[in-house]
Design a protein around this ligand. Sequence first.
Ligand code: DI6
Ligand code: FE
Length: 419
Amino acid sequence: MDKPVQQSSTGEWDRVWVNANLATMVAAHDGVSGYGEIKDAALAVRGDRIAWMGSSAEALARARSQDVAVTDCGGAWLLPGLIDCHTHLVYGGSRVEEFEKRLCGVSYEEIARAGGGIQSTVNATRAATPESLLESATVRALRLMDEGVTTLEIKSGYGLELSVERRLLEVARELGRRLPLSVRTTYLGLHALPKEAAADRAGFVKQVSGPWLEALAASGLIDAVDAFCENIAFSVAETEQFLHAAQRLGVPAHVHAGQLSDMGAAELAARFGALSADHLEYLSAPGAAALAGAGTVAVLLPGAYYMLRQTTPPPVPFLRQAGVALALATDCNPGTSPCTSLLLALNMGCTLFGLTPHEALAGVTRHAARALGLQTDIGTLEVGKRADFALYRIDRPAELCYALGANPCASVVYGGVAR
Ligand code: DI6
Ligand code: FE
């Protein structure tokens, strides 16, 4: 006879957190509560998974009879570990001089066209050692982690030659091995045309889409690809060539779309079933509808919008109306978003783009997980999902969006283990 499955059998929990308010971030069906709240609750883990959620009283009774380690959260709010689903975290040098120039009236596009901008970070990155790249990226990752980030997407794109792109992806993977942090890597093959390829755009795109992509994929270094589809970067046709190549290899895509102009990049991303289309300040209603149809997540990046002092925000009402899932990320990069605070991105998402605090928080949890294709494993507090979560000393979840420059994160649990 089959043994009945007993939720409460001895040894089922390794540890339980009690006296917490859970914001599970599970999509609401009642239309009232947007955070999937469970007040006065407890959460138990087994291995690296969430094993149980319920009342503190029940958890305490069970824990006592079964000798389970108990952590008292003292009424803190417990949220899924935050996910920063769009960063360019690994790079050499700084762009503070460009920041000064921009404040003297030179535009981002002018700087880029004059060989500065991304190209200047490419020069500094090519000259950097792997050790120094790892060191500077670690500093940035630790800042994000301090606020409760447990999953981080990192793009290459500042090498623009195979050996350096490989180095950036290896450093990103190494970061994930050294820190209690899940790292997802993205090969941003089409970020800028490097100066040595100025006379042969087509040749560069062919190399990126062919032998370079194949080599990096074969080395197991990439989880996805990305391209900067923009008038100062790569055309729709060039991006399409790269996305085709990735599709043939079964590698999913993100697309930098509509940051400075609407070239139809969102429609392209949708056509390829991309995981996400990112930026989207310039997006038409049909573009939003295409994203909705494809289930492509819109990743909004208010840090870049703010730093570039842009004035056209993404059309959030279109996106909402079309039913597109909205994520938020730091876009941490030296040029347009030197931002290592996902909490600041939450605030900017609300104040600059008009997101509600619930939308913003879903954007760094449930929807960010979807933007990385990880929605079955992370992004919400649910039994069976990874036990990645953060505790915050706040009275209500919206406080995470409200405060500027505060960090109420009290502790972080990564894979069931306190970090
Ligand atoms: N869009 C961005 O905002 C960053 N990359 C991109 O494709 C900027 C990168 C930089 O300026 O270094
Ligand atoms: Fe970016």
